[in-house]
Write a protein that binds this ligand. Structure first.
Ligand SMILES: [Fe+2]
Ligand SMILES: [Fe+2]
Length: 293
């Protein structure tokens, strides 16, 4: 897949870089995670970001404008591309083949199952397990021709001043919105304390999937799905003047979810067909047979 518009060898390169930036504190590991981490690959947390990751962020920060955001919403949120059940969408996402080494990077379906299984092993509610199972299905945007920088990467509000806490903040110099005074005030196009759900976050897999599943899951699950890549808010606590009462509560759920997303044992293979009956039943509890994508 890698070319000048898609510099990552694999979408996982972005997630690996998150681990470099946010290594897991031992104190936050559950017993399940501690056991997993003892056999997990050694990662060099002090290393700099890989050049392909830097290039990825350069493109992301340059091209994620307010106008681009509005265009992609108009293009995708009609949800008239395809009718698919959840398991079918997982299999479809699995068609995404990156350039990276297949011995190192697992099929996408296995990351979904790893996340869900870690949540399940900790005895969390069934809707929480289900949020883990579906949370990255929005990456099918790649299969519809979207470049990597419009699918993954840390998300941030567009139409207002960029927080210096966003990774590779300097790259926003090349974003045309940086020259629009109206977009560069603290609140930009938003009302103070308008709330998370009124922000236009940079376009990617989180926002797209949220719209596909929003009628079927409880609010904390939807927050996990919609904001899980918004590291500037859920990890860096930026953009407080835009948040409203109740957002902090939702963000606690997002943080809770994030530990499973980032810190599940990535090299552990999943018995996809063996796990399928459990998950098909869980999917059936919340979702219709087909959803509009
Ligand atoms: Fe994700
Ligand atoms: Fe994920």
């Amino acid at each position: 897949m890698s070319d000048s518009n898609n510099p990552l060898e694999s979408l996982d390169n972005w997630e690996d870089d998150l681990l470099r930036r946010y290594p897991q504190p031992e104190s936050q590991m559950t017993a399940t995670m501690q056991a997993a981490s003892q056999t997990a690959d050694f990662r060099n947390y002090d290393a700099e970001a890989r050049p392909c990751v830097k290039e990825f962020y350069r493109l992301n920060h340059q091209y994620q404008t307010l106008e681009f955001n509005r265009q992609k919403r108009a293009e995708y949120l009609t949800l008239d591309r395809r009718s698919m059940g959840i398991w079918e969408a997982m299999q479809f996402l699995n068609e995404l083949v990156d350039d990276s080494d297949p011995d190192i990077d697992l099929p996408q379906i296995e990351h979904l199952l790893q996340t869900a299984e870690a949540i399940r092993a900790d005895g969390r509610p069934r809707w929480f397990i289900l949020a883990g199972l579906v949370h990255d299905l929005g990456k099918i945007l790649c299969l519809w021709g979207e470049p990597q920088w419009a699918v993954v990467g840390d998300t941030f509000p567009v139409g207002c001043r960029y927080s210096e806490r966003i990774v590779f903040y300097d790259a926003f110099e090349a974003n045309p919105d940086k020259q629009v005074a109206e977009y560069q005030t603290e609140c930009g196009i938003y009302q103070p304390h308008c709330g998370l759900d009124n922000l236009l976050l940079s376009w990617g897999h989180d926002e797209y999937l949220y719209h596909v599943v929003k009628d079927y899951l409880p609010a904390p699950a939807l927050a996990m799905i919609r904001y899980h890549s918004c590291y500037p808010i859920h990890r860096e606590h930026a953009y407080q003047p835009l948040l409203k009462d109740g957002d902090a509560e939702l963000l606690k759920w997002v943080t809770d979810f994030n530990q499973y997303d980032l810190y599940t044992k990535r090299d552990e293979r999943m018995d996809v067909e063996g796990l399928r009956p459990f998950y098909e039943e869980l999917i059936g509890e919340y979702f219709p047979e087909k959803l509009a994508w």
